[in-house]
Design a protein around this ligand. Structure first.
Ligand code: RIB
Ligand code: CA
Length: 312
């Protein structure tokens, strides 16, 4: 029985690979819709990029919605320096022909959760948590209907990637993250502690290209582009392929290990705003609210990606 999910996303090359992995796995995953959020690039680009990726996968039927164009309280911070001006720099992909849905992404999330059986929908946020938090604020009745939230964000041992203390998705909208982490919904956190162990090395990039398909070559060109920044910054053999970890967890949870701990979000301090204060050693006595992932079988992860992307 395929798990029903909503992907909330700010494409972004790594978001794109996550969306492709989900669409290549219909036995395990039923994508109810994609809601775009402002993050890596502004909303007008993330909603367009989401549609470009659906068309790359040959899935003009997927419903794509535009959600919030800015964080709950803060000014939008974007990451063109990583993802390029369009957010999908690398491959040359045609403008989308499939329509953007008229309904606001937040209204789609609320309507879907109200319409589906309790505990039957998993939310998969890959960007700032603005849309999810807004949905919970506007319709608290839907919180109890979410089966699980599996998100990419945060870091403990890896701490931050946009400031010394904070990971980008949480940093962009720390107030939204605070609402989500305090919602009581079961959360699985794919943090930088995991994604920094999932590097797109040259052989792995070559394996994407060797698929020879339009999808394989596009993924190779996307990861080639997006990794130049991280490879230089970390002097690492490849860039972390963050967002597909969320989808991989739905298909092969055994690839990941972590701990069920307390995680709270810094929303006050200018110095550490957006920090995921993860009680990895259980020193606070605060109740556990998240399964915080710490490690990954990266060989198994990339084998899964290649095997599934070959289907598209
Ligand atoms: O910090 C990495 C995260 O921020 C990824 O989801 C990337 O796509 C950006 O949204
Ligand atoms: Ca993202």
């Amino acid at each position: 029985m395929a798990r029903k999910i909503i992907i909330d996303t700010d494409p972004g090359q790594d978001d794109a690979v996550a969306i492709l992995l989900a669409l290549a796995s219909p036995d395990e995953i039923e994508v109810l819709g994609l809601t775009a959020v402002a993050g890596n690039v502004p909303l007008d680009l993330t909603q367009k990029n989401a549609r470009i990726i659906c068309e790359l996968a040959g899935r003009h039927d997927i419903k794509v919605f535009a959600g919030c164009d800015r964080p709950l309280q803060r000014k939008l911070v974007t990451a063109e320096y990583v993802h390029g001006a369009t957010g999908l720099n690398g491959p040359k992909l045609p403008d989308p022909r499939m329509p953007l849905q008229d309904e606001h992404g937040v209204d789609f999330i609320i309507r879907t959760l109200r319409g589906e059986a309790a505990g039957s929908v998993t939310l998969c946020p890959l960007g700032p948590l603005t849309n999810i938090a807004r949905a919970f604020q506007q319709a608290p009745d839907v919180i109890g209907k979410v089966a699980e939230i599996v998100l990419m964000g945060g870091g403990y041992f890896e701490v931050g990637n946009v400031t010394p203390a904070a990971e980008f998705n949480i940093y962009v909208d720390p107030h939204a993250a605070d609402i989500v982490f305090k919602s009581g919904v079961p959360i699985v956190v794919m943090s930088l502690d995991v994604t920094h162990k999932a590097l797109v090395t040259k052989p792995r990039n070559d394996a994407f290209r060797a698929l020879g398909s339009q999808v394989g070559v596009a993924v190779a060109e996307m990861t080639d582009f997006f990794e130049r920044f991280d490879r230089q910054k970390y002097a690492s053999p490849g860039a972390p392929l963050h967002d597909p970890c969320v989808i991989a967890h739905l298909i092969r949870p055994d690839l990941f290990t972590g701990r069920h701990i307390n995680v709270e979000i810094e929303t006050q301090s200018p110095l550490t705003l957006g920090m995921t204060v993860a009680d990895w050693w259980g020193v606070t006595g605060r109740p556990a609210n998240a399964t915080f992932m710490g490690s990954i079988d990266d060989t198994g992860y990339f084998d899964l990606l290649i095997e599934r992307l070959a289907r598209l």
